[in-house]
Design a protein around this ligand. Structure first.
Ligand code: ADP
Length: 639
């Protein structure tokens, strides 16, 4: 069948599915009407299992709605998604659907199309947030507050803006310690698959010709002593599910992938610095090496499961519980660094009160284990590859896709179990099955077959879930780190509803006034100068000239400045925490006052200038802020 004919057949099939879905919806309405009249609705499709096309399943006691998934934009994750949907016995809509689906699976980003309900597997702004420069900036803010806790990310400088700083700092350390012979890695912003990456020994080796201005980059300390297996450097790709942003919910997949270099490792020197197969673990690069080993086994070859590595390490006496605990800690801390700005993106796209989907996202964390087993974060991928096959060159230039068992084992489980966790009907089914269980237990003449069918879990045939919740499970240990998150809540409150990510001068003044931060030593004129000074600097470095105003990072910098002025002689994070407490306290008083005023119908009692004209504080933001003030600042160890 020609590709064109196949395409039109598939479209016909999709249209038929659509028509049948409508018919099924009509049948359900009829059944409900009958039930309302006291007549028991009878199953229509006797003994046929589940009906492919309707989004409903014949299930013992009657028709059950099944979860519907729009896979039309799944791109390279399509194969793994299809298998997952099949295993779950859900209903796939490969060409989209006129009616809304429960879940939309996007291969690239949130903005693939307009969705107003259901759930979508991408957060707005995630792709921007995990770019090398944005991630480095977000982690750096956290390193300023909590240097010890965030030492899992190599020291990084942003090019071109920090080239001078980088040069000066390296020079300074070298002068203090002439034996220090560092290596750095230069990575273009927004690059992937090792594209454009190179190692240098000295800041003067940075390739300034041409593209640095047009293609900014991050230069980073190179981790010279990685853990080796079979004399090869390898990294770990771990899958992390961000199930919800507010409240924060994070899951980590119990297994991931380890990607191996294909040339034995040596510490970088002028002879080997250009050997990509020795220093870069990217699969997309190493697959071109003659030494690359495709393997059907999960514990040999150039791509293996992470569990096989842990097994091997544990057989050598390594405390793998500690390795896991450090990795979990790294993941939670990284997500905590990313969420403040993600919230600003989210607020821009889906402001409180507007219809929109809820979001979740699978992230790919690239982690390097050092020789001393300390995990280091290399980068976070918003669109980790979910391909479960690889290309095999049959003859020069002729390729075929071959299934990759290691990829399939790990990735299908991650997608399937993400869907299980996001299942919108799960709660409903559980309640129904509980109710049914009670009814059946009361009846003497139980139709045991029917009851058994309705009660048996639709997941009974599936393996146990591979995603482990780590947040809020460990929230108590990590909540003290969420200071920037609380600053972002303040920022969003004063942003208003105008669809912007930047705070205007009025918003900033109102923030100062409502939080009672101005004083005899900080006049409103000084506040204006602070605003102009910091905003101008940030707008020149971020190269984001689309809208004027103060971005979140600039607000954070201003906040640090205010905190240091107000609370002297404390570590920075305590100064900042104290100022946040103070702001939240004044805002909650203001909210109470406004509530009282509106409650007794005395509108206008609160002065009009208490909020900027473009600001409408919502119940949600108030709740978040008040709730956030209960965060614990103690820091027990991760159990
Ligand atoms: P890309 O998105 O292009 O894959 P990465 O940041 O993942 O960029 O870097 C590519 C590879 O370079 C990594 O998989 C790792 O092997 C190596 N690498 C990156 N950063 C460092 C570092 N700081 N120290 C040692 N190796 C690194």
């Amino acid at each position: 069948m020609s590709a064109m004919r196949r395409g039109s057949c598939e479209r016909e099939l999709a249209a038929r599915w659509e028509a049948e879905a409508m018919a099924a919806a009509r049948r359900e309405t009829e059944a409900r009407a009958l039930a309302a009249l006291g007549q028991q609705g009878k199953p229509r499709g006797k003994g046929r299992g589940w009906k492919r096309s309707s989004g409903r399943r014949a299930d013992g006691g009657g028709w059950q709605r099944v979860v519907t998934v729009d896979s039309s934009k799944a791109k390279t994750s399509l194969e793994a998604l299809k298998i997952s949907i099949r295993q779950l016995r859900w209903k796939e809509f490969p060409f989209g659907r006129r009616l809304p689906c429960d879940i939309y699976w996007h291969g690239v980003s949130f903005h693939d199309n307009d969705i107003f309900s259901g759930q979508v597997n991408k957060f707005p702004g995630m792709t921007e947030m995990v770019r090398k420069i944005t991630l480095s900036r977000a982690v750096r803010i956290m390193q300023t507050l909590f240097p010890e806790e965030y030492n899992f990310y190599p020291r990084s400088w942003i090019l071109p803006e920090e080239l001078q700083l980088f040069t000066a700092q390296v020079q300074m350390v070298k002068e203090g310690d002439p034996s220090w012979k560092p290596t750095f890695i230069v990575k273009p912003d927004g690059g992937c698959q090792g594209d454009g990456i190179y190692l240098i020994k000295d800041p003067s080796d940075i390739r300034l010709t041409g593209t640095l201005q047009s293609r900014p980059a991050v230069v980073q300390e190179y981790i010279c002593k990685p853990l080796l297996i079979d004399k090869l450097k390898f990294d770990i790709r771990l899958y992390v599910l961000l199930k919800s942003l507010d409240p924060l919910e994070i899951y980590i997949a119990k297994d991931g992938l380890s990607r191996f270099c294909t040339e034995p490792y040596q510490e970088p020197n002028s002879q080997n610095m250009h050997h990509v197969f020795m220093h870069l673990t990217n699969y997309s690069l190493n697959i071109h090496s003659n030494n690359f080993i495709h393997s059907d086994s999960a514990n040999t070859g150039s791509k293996r499961t992470f569990s096989s590595i842990l097994y091997r390490l544990s057989s050598k006496g390594v405390d793998i519980k500690k390795v896991w605990s450090d990795i979990i800690s790294l993941v939670i801390k990284t997500v905590i660094a990313l969420t403040p700005e993600l919230k600003v993106f989210y607020h821009l796209d889906i402001p409180t009160g507007r219809p929109g989907p809820t979001c979740f996202q699978i992230l790919g964390f690239d982690i390097l284990l050092m020789k001393n087993l300390k995990p280091m974060l290399l980068e976070v991928n918003a669109n980790p590859s979910m391909r479960i096959e690889h290309e095999h060159e049959l003859s020069p230039g002729v390729f075929e896709n071959v299934p990759s068992l290691v990829d399939e084992e790990v990735k299908v489980a991650v997608i399937r179990d993400t869907l299980r966790l996001m299942d919108p009907l799960k709660k409903k089914r559980e309640t129904q099955s509980q109710q049914l269980g009670k009814t059946v237990a009361r009846k003497e003449d139980v139709d045991s077959k029917n009851a058994g069918g309705a009660n048996s879990s639709p997941e009974a045939h599936l393996p146990s879930i591979c995603l482990k919740q780590v947040f809020p499970k460990y929230a108590k240990q990590f909540n003290y780190l969420r200071l920037v998150d609380r600053m972002a809540n303040l920022f969003i409150r004063f942003l208003g509803i105008k669809g912007t990510m930047k705070l205007g001068p009025t918003g900033f003044r109102t923030f100062i006034r409502n939080c009672k931060l101005s004083s005899s030593s900080l006049s409103m004129a000084a506040v204006d100068i602070l605003y102009i000074d910091i905003t101008r600097r940030w707008n020149s470095v971020t190269l984001d000239q689309r809208e004027s105003g103060m971005c979140l990072q600039a607000f954070v910098e201003a906040f640090f400045f205010l905190a240091q002025r107000k609370f002297k002689m404390m570590p920075l994070h305590e100064q900042v925490a104290s100022l946040i407490d103070l702001c939240e306290y004044h805002l909650s008083l203001l909210d109470e006052k406004r509530l009282l005023c509106s409650g007794v119908g005395r509108r206008g009692t609160v002065p009009d200038h208490s909020l900027p004209q473009d600001t409408v504080p919502t119940a949600q933001s108030t709740g978040t802020i008040v709730g956030a003030s209960k965060l614990s600042y103690s820091k027990p160890a991760l159990s």
